[in-house]
Design a protein around this ligand. Structure first.
Ligand code: DLL
Length: 433
C-alpha cells in the first residue's frame, strides 16, 4: 500500500493545488516587491507592479532570474528577510565564478525537510528504517536536506557523509541500513566495492536508495538496483530553491513529482524564453512560492526535461518531471551536434559496461574531436586483444547510431578511471583551456 508523508497535500485535487499556487504567488510577488530592491527594479523595467500578477496565469509576465542575476546580487542582494531572521546558509558546488549562496529562515528549513521527508516515505521509508545519508554534509545541500527529512520520518539516521567507502559498507552491514541516500555514481561505486568484497545483493540489508544531484540514465538505475538488490529512486533539487526534494520519485519510477505546493514549474524554449506547451522538451524554470529568505521568481535552472500531468498509480497528483537529460550548460556541442553525457552513458551500459567512463573533447586543426574512455569489466580485460578491438568497434558504432557523429573509443583497464564520492566528473573539455 502506498504511503505518504503529507497525504492531503501530495494527493490534493488539481483545483486545490492551483488555488494554493495562485494565492502564494500573489503573496510572493508582493514580498519581493516590498523587500528586494533588485526584484523591484527588474519588475519596473518590465513596467510591472504587483497588481499585474493575480495568479498563475500572469506568471509569464514576470522577468526571468538567471544564475548571472544571482552572481550580480551576491551575496545579500536577493535576500528578502533581515539577516537576524535567517538561520542557515548553503552553497552550490559550482566550480566556476562565484558560488551561489542561499539563505534560509527556520520556516524555510522546515518546509525543505518536509519535501525530503515526502521523498523518503515515497521510497518506502518509515520510523522502522535505518537511513544512511552518504551525500556530502556542509555547504552542499544533499547531506543536510536528507538528514532533516530522515529525522522527520523518524528513521534512525546515520549521517555518514561521503567518502571512506570501507566504513560506509561497514555501517550499512553492522547497523543494518535499509535506505541509502547518495549520488548515483557513489551508489555504483559502493555496489562495485561490495561485489569485490564478495557480498551478494541478498547479504546487503539495503532495500531502497534515494539518488540524485546529477544526471543518471535509466540503464544506470537498473545496474545499481541489480548490484545492491534495492529499488533506486530519483530525487531532484537545487541549492537556489532549497536543495534536494524539489521533486522526487514514487514507486511508479516514471518521473519525479514536483512539490507544487512550494514550486511552480514551467518549461521554456532556452533560446527564446517562450513558454512551451505541456509535453515539450525544454528548460525547466521554477518559482518558489513559499520561501521566505531567498525567494526566486522564474528561476532558469538550465536543466532540460519534460513536464507531464498524468494520473499516477501512486495516487499523487503533483506534476511529474522526466529525468533531466543534462544541463543545457553541460551539453556539449561537438562538430555542431548536441551531445549529452547521459546519451553516452545509455549506450555504454547497454553494451554491458559499468558506469565508469570519461569523455574527452578537444579541437585539433580546427575540428572537434571526442574520445570516450571506458573501463573494461574484469572479464573483458582477460579477453584476447582481437576481442577487445572488436568490442571497441561495436561501441563506436553504437555511439554513432545514438549521436550521429564519430567518437573515438578507448577501452581502459578496470579501476583506471577515478571513482567519485559526490557528483562525478564525466567530461574533460580541453577546448576551453
Ligand atoms: O545537487 C541538490 C541535490 C542534492 C539534489 C542531493 C538531489 C540530491 P546543486 O549542487 O545546487 O544541488 O545542483 C543542482 O544538479 O540543477 C541539476 O543540474 C543537477 N541535479 C540535481 N538532481 C538531479 C537529478 C543539488 N536527480 C543541479 N537528476 C541541478 C539530474 C540533477 N540532475
Amino acid at each position: 500500500m502506498e504511503r505518504y508523508y503529507q497525504k492531503e497535500i501530495e494527493c490534493a485535487s488539481r483545483d486545490q493545488i492551483r488555488a494554493w499556487q495562485d494565492e502564494r504567488l500573489v503573496r510572493q510577488v508582493h514580498n519581493v516587491w516590498d523587500n528586494v530592491p533588485y526584484y523591484r527594479k527588474k519588475m519596473e523595467e518590465k513596467g510591472l507592479t504587483p497588481a499585474d500578477v493575480k495568479g498563475v496565469d500572469d506568471l509569464h509576465k514576470l522577468p526571468f532570474v538567471s544564475k548571472d542575476d544571482l552572481r550580480e546580487a551576491y551575496p545579500y542582494g536577493l535576500v528578502a528577510r533581515p539577516l537576524r531572521d535567517c538561520v542557515r546558509i548553503q552553497s552550490t558546488s559550482g566550480t566556476t565564478g562565484k558560488r551561489v549562496v542561499a539563505f534560509y529562515t527556520q520556516h524555510d528549513i522546515d518546509l525543505w525537510e518536509d519535501c525530503c521527508a515526502r521523498a523518503i516515505v515515497a521510497a518506502g521509508g518509515t520510523n522502522e528504517d535505518v537511513c544512511q545519508v552518504s551525500y556530502g554534509y556542509g555547504l552542499f545541500t544533499g547531506g543536510p536536506g536528507l538528514n532533516g527529512g530522515s529525522h522527520k520520518v523518524g528513521c534512525l539516521t546515520i549521517p555518514a557523509s561521503s567518502g571512506n567507502t570501507e566504513r560506509q559498507i561497514m555501517f550499512i552491514r553492522d547497523l543494518s541500513a535499509t535506505i541509502l541516500c547518495c549520488t548515483p555514481s557513489y551508489a555504483a561505486y559502493l555496489g562495485e566495492t561490495m561485489k569485490e568484497m564478495g557480498l551478494t545483493p541478498d547479504q546487503i540489508p539495503l532495500k531502497a536508495g534515494i539518488f540524485g544531484a546529477e544526471a543518471w540514465s535509466e540503464e544506470m538505475r537498473q545496474d545499481i538496483q541489480r548490484t545492491l538488490g534495492i529499488k533506486a529512486y530519483d530525487i531532484y533539487g537545487l541549492t537556489e530553491l532549497s536543495g534536494p526534494g524539489v521533486a522526487f520519485e514514487c514507486s511508479a519510477q516514471t518521473g519525479m513529482h514536483i512539490n507544487e505546493d512550494h514550486f511552480i514549474a514551467e518549461i521554456i524554449d532556452p533560446n527564446t524564453g517562450e513558454v512551451l506547451p505541456e509535453g515539450s522538451k525544454g528548460e525547466l524554470v521554477f518559482t518558489s512560492i513559499t520561501k521566505e529568505a531567498f525567494p526566486l521568481l522564474r528561476y532558469r535552472t538550465r536543466d532540460i526535461c519534460v513536464l507531464r500531468h498524468e494520473d499516477c498509480p501512486c495516487g499523487r497528483t503533483h506534476v511529474k518531471m522526466s529525468k533531466p537529460m543534462g544541463r543545457s550548460d553541460d551539453m556539449l556541442i561537438v562538430k555542431g551536434v548536441n551531445v549529452f553525457p547521459s546519451q553516452i552513458e545509455t549506450v555504454l551500459l547497454g553494451q554491458s559496461f559499468a558506469p565508469n567512463y570519461q569523455i574527452i573533447v578537444d579541437r585539433v586543426n580546427n575540428t572537434d574531436t571526442m574520445e570516450v574512455l571506458v573501463e573494461m569489466t574484469p572479464e573483458m580485460f582477460s579477453d584476447q586483444l582481437s576481442q577487445v578491438a572488436e568490442k571497441e568497434k561495436q561501441v563506436v558504432a553504437a555511439l554513432k547510431a545514438m549521436l550521429g557523429i564519430y567518437a573515438k573509443v578507448r577501452l581502459v583497464a578496470p579501476k583506471s578511471i577515478q571513482r567519485s564520492e559526490g557528483k562525478a566528473v564525466r567530461v574533460i573539455d580541453k577546448r576551453k583551456i
